[in-house]
Each structure stands twice: as structure tokens, then as C-alpha cells.
Design a protein around this ligand. Structure first.
Ligand code: ZN
Length: 150
């Protein structure tokens, strides 16, 4: 990175842009989301940094060039971590939607789904694992009798 870029990142102009992105994103990651077992809802992780989707307009970026990202997304995009949280985010959306869809067809209500998610999370943690969204929804679905395996 050039000295000019470092100077820009320390500038008032960049601070103003970052604040605008934070306001647009309501302080949440604009890239990924997670299934929250405690409530059965999908939630957004807190914003940690502002990511450049492109460096084409560096120093004069339209806000569309910028994305609020959480710590995990930032680490993946910066190649600090290999795990892309967006895959888990897709899994959360898909798994949550399937749980709700199949649950409704089989007469399982949201409270039962939430309870099963909580039990599944506790079970994974008792095994020393931090499950992916998909694994969590998979195990909850088995416990609810929505499917036999995942
Ligand atoms: Zn994220």
C-alpha cells in the first residue's frame, strides 16, 4: 500500500465515508448473517470494518463501492482466515427456511423449532464443537422428526 493510501485512510474524508457506510448498514455486517439458536431468527453480525468492493475510485468512492463487514468477513477478505463466513450465512438462510417450511407442513411451530435449535447447540457444545448453521439446523431437524439424517 502506498503512503498516499495510508494517509487517505487517516483522513477526514475517509472517516466521513466510513460513518456513512455504518449508518447505511445500521452498524451490521452487510455480507453475512447467522442463524441464532436462542431465537430461531437470522441475525446480522456487528460491523467491524469498511471493505472496498473495488479500488477503482479510491479517494473518491461512491458508497456503492464500500461494504460494512464483520470481523470474520474482514479476516476472510484480507486472507487472514480461510473460512468464508458467507457460506455459513447461506447455510443459515437455507437451513432456517427449510426448518420453517418443513416444520409448517408437519405441524411443528416456531417455538418447537427454537427449542430444538437450543438443544442441538447445547449438544454440539457438550461435544466441544461450535457447529455451523447448517449442522445446527440439520440436528434440530432430526430431533423434530423433520428428516432422518443430515
Ligand atoms: Zn460478515
Amino acid at each position: 500500500m502506498s503512503l498516499d493510501y495510508q494517509a487517505y485512510l487517516a483522513s477526514r474524508e475517509w472517516a466521513v465515508r466510513k460513518r456513512a457506510v455504518r449508518e447505511r448498514a445500521d452498524g451490521q455486517c452487510e455480507r453475512c448473517r447467522f442463524l441464532q439458536p436462542e431465537t430461531g431468527t437470522v441475525y446480522f453480525k456487528p460491523m467491524y470494518a469498511v471493505h472496498h468492493l473495488t479500488y477503482a475510485h479510491i479517494g473518491n468512492e461512491p458508497l456503492e463501492d464500500l461494504q460494512a463487514v464483520c470481523r470474520e468477513c474482514h479476516d476472510f477478505l484480507s486472507a487472514v482466515a480461510d473460512q468464508d463466513p458467507i457460506q455459513d450465512a447461506r447455510d443459515a438462510q437455507i437451513a432456517g427456511a427449510i426448518l420453517a417450511f418443513v416444520g409448517e407442513k408437519k405441524g411443528v411451530d416456531a417455538e418447537q423449532i427454537i427449542a430444538a435449535l437450543q438443544v442441538a447447540l447445547a449438544a454440539f457444545r457438550s461435544e466441544g464443537q461450535e457447529p455451523s448453521n447448517y449442522a445446527l439446523a440439520g440436528r434440530a431437524g432430526v430431533a423434530l422428526g423433520l428428516w432422518e439424517t443430515y
